[in-house]
Design a protein around this ligand. Structure first.
Ligand SMILES: *Cc1c(COP(=O)(O)O)cnc(C)c1O
Length: 369
């Protein structure tokens, strides 16, 4: 048996006919940028996210950058970010000349720890970017309360948690603006790069719509120095096909995660993911931790089981961030996760047989190591 870390085989089979039809329709429409397909998907995704507006953009990083720009982030502003996240969250802040101020995660959930945010707030702090990491919703009630107390905006990074909710409310509907990515491997993935912003603010919706299209509302009349960051018609058409399956695929992810939990729970040296009270986990990533991480990766690899490490180096220790002068030990929890984490295969279409095989191999590893 050979089990890749990620495979689109089953889900692609399921949608192939509809994707081909969507391609043909878009092709024949001969309208490839900002047409009916984008409009339709924006409406559908806004509705799905329980927000009033959705703006389709070129990718998730741009969704973050355009949101920050629309929120009027300026050079020297301080923005609260998780120490444990994919680097895109930090990069967006840096592109605006603002300063990412890291806050450590809760070591059980891996998401930003609301109890550690207040001590990082200064007079320069403008906003908080919670990241619903690995598919688990952050503790949004606590985060929104802090934002409101200090008059900060919130920008959710919802790239990994489409379809998740916190206390019954969808992720991507809490913040002033919320960014998401439809990178192919995300829970809702396009067939190339794509992203979106959701918001309930008419003002932010208008601003971001203009920013994504050269700063222009009326062709060749430019109000601001904008970007070219539009969602393609083709990707929008494909995303509409896939959005219809998101609920079903999410249920499948949760069912697979439940099997992992059941089969792996009695291994003392293996830490399984924990979901906070009131939070929902849509298992974009099934991340486990062990001190024997590297040996386990090799063992699974020898048994043709693919794994990944999310992420081997936390942003503060990346070469790209040497200007911030952080050193090893500055964010010990993020570092601990980077040193001990590995992600197991989990995606719609992964069979019970494959899952059993993975669990048997993991048990065998810990029995003999
Ligand atoms: C994938 C991802 C992004 C960036 O998305 P792209 O579409 O690749 O630009 C941002 N934040 C997080 C947490 C992500 O996982």
């Amino acid at each position: 048996m050979k089990i890749p870390y990620l495979s689109f085989e089953k889900t692609n089979q399921e949608i192939e006919e509809e994707i081909n039809a969507a391609f043909k329709e878009t092709f024949q429409s001969a309208w490839y940028i900002l047409g009916e397909k984008v409009k339709t998907f924006e409406k559908e995704y806004a509705q799905y996210s329980s927000t009033q507006y959705c703006i389709g953009v070129a990718n998730g990083l741009d969704a973050l950058i355009l949101s920050l720009k629309a929120l009027d982030v300026k050079e020297g502003d301080e923005i609260i970010v998780p120490s444990n996240t994919y680097i895109a969250t930090w990069l967006a802040v840096s592109y605006l000349g603002a300063i990412p101020v890291p806050v450590e995660p809760n070591l059980a959930t891996y998401n930003i720890d609301p109890n550690q945010i207040e001590e990082k707030i200064t007079l320069k702090t403008k906003g908080i970017i919670p990241v619903h990491l690995y598919g688990q919703a952050c503790e949004m009630d606590a985060i929104m309360a802090i934002a409101s107390k200090y008059n900060l905006w919130v920008l959710e990074d919802n790239a990994q948690a489409q379809a998740a909710y916190y206390n019954g409310k969808m992720t991507g509907s809490f913040g002033n603006a919320n960014a998401t990515s439809f990178y192919p491997g995300k829970n809702l993935g396009a067939l190339g790069d794509a992203g979106a912003i959701t918001t309930n603010s008419n003002e932010l919706d208008q601003k971001i719509r203009v920013l994504r299209n050269y700063g222009s509302e009326k062709k060749y009349y430019n109000q601001v120095k904008g970007f070219n960051s539009r969602l393609d018609e083709l990707q929008a058409a494909f995303l509409s096909v896939k959005l219809k399956r998101l609920q079903q695929w999410t249920a499948e992810r949760k069912a697979l995660a439940a099997v992992y939990h059941k089969k792996l729970k009695n291994i003392p040296e293996l830490i399984l993911p924990v979901t906070a009270a009131l939070a929902d986990h849509v298992y974009h990533i099934f991340l486990v931790r062990t001190q024997k991480r590297d040996a386990l990766i090799s063992f699974l690899n020898e048994n043709n089981i693919g794994t990944l490490v999310h992420y081997p180096i936390p942003p503060h220790l990346q070469e790209a961030y040497k200007e911030l002068n952080y050193k090893k030990g500055d964010f010990p929890l993020a570092e601990e996760i980077a040193e001990t984490a590995l992600s197991l295969p989990l995606y719609p279409g992964l069979s019970e047989e494959q899952l059993n095989f993975i669990c048997e191999k993991i048990k065998l590893f810990f029995e003999s190591n």
